[in-house]
Design a protein around this ligand. Structure first.
Ligand SMILES: [Zn+2]
Length: 412
């Protein structure tokens, strides 16, 4: 079973530093988990990921189940051995990809019915089947199958049904998992649903917290689907406030630096997103002064590295922005170089947060980070609102930076 120890709490916000010990080592939290859709991160090997200091990655169950498939993974001795990854691994339930990628998915009480991409035959993913597949993959953290609906769904009855069904499916996952013999090495997380409705979220929280002794952690699901950011952070705050102190809290599907730091301030410990690695392949490098779009002609003669202070292999070798500009969309080596940089950037954002919480300087860290990151663009209003709600005012004192009504994405 996972060991979770809270090491320090911020005196102002709800941020905390903790240590999560799993079968493949220690992962310090808060942390960002890079997403390796199919075994290795696109463009990087498992060894490169490990050399960057990453201790927890996410594999997509849906993709691994299609290719190479559970049988081959089982014979290989699980996904760790299959991909040569020696650190911690989290697998999702497969449900989200099923709903978003598969045509004709139909949710019934039994499970998610979909058309097999191989045979065209109707195939059912049940909570028990999701557990069984995740047991074969062998992730250190496995996720319950939940009934996923878009956060933009106007149909409250459907959101309520999905929330209640997610609780029932959690019970089926718990029963299957606790009888599998796998619960000593693999740890089940519950996923809080309820859409953007605080009353439904509360009901889900109450029911899932009652099952606390059977789960190692809690995820906040059903967000990052295009909802208003001011609604997003209020739901995250509500969930993080009620979830038990002695379990990790994982906010699914977030990866922008401002989202990560706001969620950490609200009490979130873990996050994942394809964004930093996907955007790297499109030529966008993440920096403390905001994202840098290396496809822009102004970088053709820029012989500086992406970020001279960055310790990643790309920047420390001195790879120039000009080189990256010239080859970014043509050479896989360039995508690879920017991917490594972006993974290290995410790790630095979260590592910096951990250090600041331990040192009692997290509010200053937030103010400095946001001031640098949004110096030219202005603070997103929702970030100002969210951080104010936990006692940090970005506009306090010498604030030359204006407030921007946008969502925060800044592409230079
Ligand atoms: Zn770098």
């Amino acid at each position: 079973m996972a060991k979770f120890e809270v090491l320090a709490k911020c005196h102002t916000t709800r941020a905390r530093v903790s240590r999560l010990t799993l079968s493949h080592g220690i992962t310090p939290l808060p942390t960002f988990m890079p997403v390796a859709t199919q075994a290795a991160i696109k463009g990087l090997t498992a060894q490169q990921m490990e050399s960057l200091g990453v201790t927890l990655i996410l594999n997509n169950t849906y993709h691994l189940n299609l290719r190479p498939g559970v049988q081959i993974l089982g014979e290989a001795g699980g996904a760790h051995k299959f991909q040569g990854w020696h650190k911690n691994l989290l697998t999702d339930s497969g449900g989200f990809q099923l709903v978003s990628l598969s045509k004709f998915t139909k949710i019934t009480e039994q499970g998610a019915l979909f058309e097999s991409p191989f045979t065209g035959e109707p195939t059912m993913l049940t909570p028990e089947e999701s557990m069984s597949i995740q047991h074969a993959i062998g992730g250190d953290i496995i996720m319950q199958l939940d009934d996923v609906v878009s956060s933009m769904t106007p149909d409250r009855a459907r959101v309520e049904e999905a929330m209640e069904r997610s609780v029932r499916w959690l019970d089926r996952c718990i029963t299957y998992h606790n009888n599998s013999g796998k619960q000593t090495t693999q740890n089940l997380f519950a996923i809080v649903q309820g859409g953007l409705d605080s009353e439904l979220r509360d009901r889900c929280l109450t029911q899932m917290i009652e099952r606390k002794n059977d789960v190692a952690g809690f995820a906040i699901g059903g967000l990052s689907g295009g909802e208003e950011k001011d609604v997003f952070w209020r739901i995250v705050k509500q969930c993080a406030e009620r979830l038990p102190d002695d379990r990790p809290r994982y906010c699914m599907g977030i990866g922008f630096a401002e989202d990560l730091l706001v969620c950490v301030a609200l009490g979130v410990d873990m996050a994942d997103c394809v964004f930093p690695t996907r955007t790297a392949r499109f030529g966008v490098a993440l920096t403390h002064r905001g994202p840098v779009n290396l496809r822009l002609a102004k970088y053709a003669y820029d012989f500086e590295p992406i970020d001279p202070d960055c310790p990643c292999p790309t920047c420390s070798a001195g790879t120039s922005r000009a080189m990256l500009y010239h080859v970014i969309t043509r050479e896989t080596a360039a995508a690879h170089a920017v991917t490594m940089h972006n993974i290290v950037f995410q790790a630095r954002v979260m590592g910096g947060a951990r250090d600041a919480i331990l040192n009692g300087t997290f509010p200053d860290y937030l103010r400095t980070f946001f001031a640098n990151y949004f110096a030219d663009f202005g603070y997103p209003q929702w970030c100002v609102n969210a951080l104010r709600s936990v006692g940090v005012d970005l506009l306090e004192g010498d604030s030359k930076i204006k407030v921007n009504k946008g969502t925060g994405a800044k592409w230079e």
